[in-house]
Design a protein around this ligand. Structure first.
Ligand SMILES: Nc1ncnc2c1ncn2[C@@H]1O[C@H](COP(=O)(O)OP(=O)(O)OP(=O)(O)O)[C@@H](O)[C@H]1O
Length: 341
């Protein structure tokens, strides 16, 4: 990454028949940076991508490579729109070749298909590709001109976990090579894993920008320990005596602001009081927590799955399973979150 600004918006504004889609958005994205844009449905993400790529008009300054977005050299820009319905009666290879043909120079089609994991499906009709394969083919159309800046509006929708990881690796290697990536996604694990910086758009306004770690530290809330099981609530008093802040739920206790070093004290307090529980789950805040808090979609006492779970305990409260600490697998928290909802 270097300091050259590739993507720039200053006070970008857009309204559709009285609906404000962008309400004064300003941001800069540097060369080789991966910028992740998150926000609820209707927040204005697609409108911002369209304004920045010159595919929709907007008030304010919208620039790519220091030029008005609409005047920028299109051969340097890759765009995967959210809604993209290519002709069905083309094979994957023909589709990508068609897009490559729009430029004076383009990458070898089979290389691009290999990059998105479609080498074995190059001769398959687009209409008979699976949903995830179709999305991969669409990603390929955005890569075929070897762009310097890549706008991807929800690129991995419908792509299976292995395919997502492969695409993440590809995007990381492109960014390492100096390609600037502007990504919108509803997948918080994807954004947290890929983005150098993240912006959260809400009601057309950019309400927070920072590295994932900065946003989590500032807005993610405390780490929590959840003690679950039908008899777990008996632990409320001893845990409070031990100095923990405790919220009591139906079949669980939620302990706020628990650092890793506090875990042993909590387990000891439960054991000394003879409290039985089924699981202990320690959760660190993630970008998902940031999102939920800043969009107002979180609820009191809610916890998002994060890192470690210790399954099972005997009547004396001793954990029967070994605590498995987070392996840093970016899909973990989000995968668990989907189950939780
Ligand atoms: N062509 C259009 N005509 C009228 N209103 C529009 C149009 N495009 C977007 N809007 C409105 O502008 C607002 C922002 O929409 P936008 O598609 O940018 O949101 P988004 O953050 O991309 O949402 P999603 O996460 O659902 O894709 C919404 O209120 C939407 O209804």
């Amino acid at each position: 990454m270097n300091d050259a600004t590739v993507v720039r918006a200053v006070d970008a504004r857009k309204a559709y028949d009285g609906t404000v889609a962008l309400d004064g958005v300003s941001l800069d994205v540097r060369e080789g940076e991966v910028f992740g844009l998150i926000g609820p449905n209707g927040a204005g993400k697609t409108t911002l991508v369209r304004a920045l790529t010159g595919t929709a008009s907007a008030e304010g300054t919208l620039e790519l490579f220091g030029m008005p977005a609409g005047d920028s050299d299109r051969s340097r820009v890759g765009l995967l729109p959210q809604e993209f319905a290519p002709p069905a009666r083309l094979t994957a290879r023909e589709l990508v070749a068609y897009y490559g043909g729009l430029y004076d120079e383009s990458r070898p089609v089979d290389d691009v298909l290999a990059d998105v994991g479609l080498a074995d499906d190059a001769d398959t009709w687009y209409e008979t590709l699976s949903g995830g394969q179709k999305r991969r083919a669409c990603v390929a159309t955005a890569l075929v001109n070897d762009p310097d800046v890549l706008f991807l509006d929800e690129p991995t929708t419908g792509i299976d976990p292995a395919g997502r990881r492969a695409l993440w690796d590809l995007l990381e290697s492109l960014a390492d090579g100096g390609v600037t990536v502007f990504l919108t996604s509803h997948s918080m694990d994807e954004v947290e894993r890929l983005s150098d910086r993240v912006g959260l758009l809400r009601g057309g306004e950019l309400v927070a920008v920072g590295t994932p770690a900065e946003l989590v530290a500032e807005h993610g809330g405390p780490a929590r320990l959840v003690v679950a099981g039908p008899d777990a609530t008996a632990g409320a008093a001893p845990l409070r005596e031990a100095g923990f802040a405790v919220e009591v739920g139906a079949d669980e206790l939620v302990l706020g602001d628990v650092a890793p070093a506090d875990l042993a004290d909590a387990v000891t307090a439960l054991a000394d009081a003879g409290v039985a529980y089924e699981s202990l789950t320690w959760t660190e805040p993630t970008l998902e927590d940031v999102y939920l808090r800043l969009t107002g979609e979180s609820f009191e006492g809610a916890f998002t799955p994060g890192a470690s779970a210790v399954e099972g305990a005997d009547a004396a409260g001793r954990a029967s399973g070994a605590g498995d600490s987070s392996d840093g697998d970016a899909t973990g928290p989000a995968a668990a979150t989907e189950v939780d909802r």
